[in-house]
Ligand binder design. Structure first.
Ligand code: 13P
Length: 253
């Protein structure tokens, strides 16, 4: 069975005390992670050492970065390179989140460089895609997401694409409380898988975990994750509440 993943995206939230309290609370709750299931915490970079310390010895729980620079080093004040994350044990890096595409002008072409940078350190890119409301209303979401994927990932070889995790996050569902229905999620996840199948073949496509993101919470996680092509979630707001995220982890199939 391909990996089922509950990934927390804390975004730019919490001070250090709050971060520590959240992790302490979460880890005090009953969490059942089977061998094919993972919980990943994309925390603000400054809390990576803290989160790594807290998760030491925990099986199938990982700390992730929310972004990285495309270059390995150099005069890029304020930026953090993928090899730096590797050097502190980070194994997953979120790339191309819609907030980065929108507020930091990240293009499909830039994401090619970032994907390559993350794969070069032997880590997993959690590659985000997803359409804005106007595209969904026009009914062209499949083509929109397909273009994002083709432009930023189709240069990869077969043994590289299987290292990538996809997060489909419709922008109209992020932080709005409005979730795609489980049927909408299944429909586009199946389409995304078919895009990979056409390029790489069905056996390769069947290995790729595709997460849903956008107002996932304890109350809807089980229903969304139960869809055959939904392999877990990338969770913003609800990942900041220990009981919510614990229930989301425990809703993985
Ligand atoms: P919310 O869960 O707050 O809607 O955020 C989703 C998201 O953007 C995760 O990356």
């Amino acid at each position: 069975m391909r990996k089922q993943i509950a990934a927390a995206n804390w975004k730019m939230n919490l001070n250090q005390n709050e971060a520590e309290t959240l992790l302490n609370e979460l880890l005090s709750l009953p969490l059942s992670l089977q061998a094919h299931q993972e919980a990943i915490f994309a925390v603000p970079a400054i809390y990576i050492p803290l989160a790594t310390h807290k998760l030491t010895g925990k099986t199938n729980m990982y700390v992730a970065a929310q972004n990285c620079h495309q270059k390995d080093n150099g005069a890029y004040t304020g930026e953090i390179a993928a090899p730096m994350f590797a050097s502190v044990g980070v194994k997953h890096i979120v790339l191309g989140h819609s907030e980065r595409r929108e507020y930091f002008a990240e293009s499909d072409a830039l994401l090619v460089e970032k994907v390559n940078a993350v794969l070069a350190i032997n880590s997993t890119p959690i590659f985000c895609c997803g359409e804005p409301l106007a595209i969904r209303e026009a009914g062209t979401q499949n083509a929109f997401v397909e273009t994002q994927i083709k432009n930023s990932l189709f240069h990869l070889a077969e043994d590289q694409i299987t290292k990538v995790v996809i997060a489909y996050e419709p922008i109209w569902a992020i932080g709005t409380g409005k979730t795609a229905s489980s049927e909408q999620a299944q429909e586009i996840h199946a389409y995304i898988r078919s895009v990979f199948a056409t390029k790489y073949g069905q056996p390769v496509a069947d290995q790729i975990s595709i997460l849903y993101g956008g107002s996932v919470k304890a109350a809807n996680a089980k229903e969304i994750f139960s869809q055959p092509d939904v392999d877990g979630g990338l969770v913003g707001g609800a990942s900041l509440v220990a009981t919510e995220f614990a229930a989301i982890i425990n809703a993985l199939k």
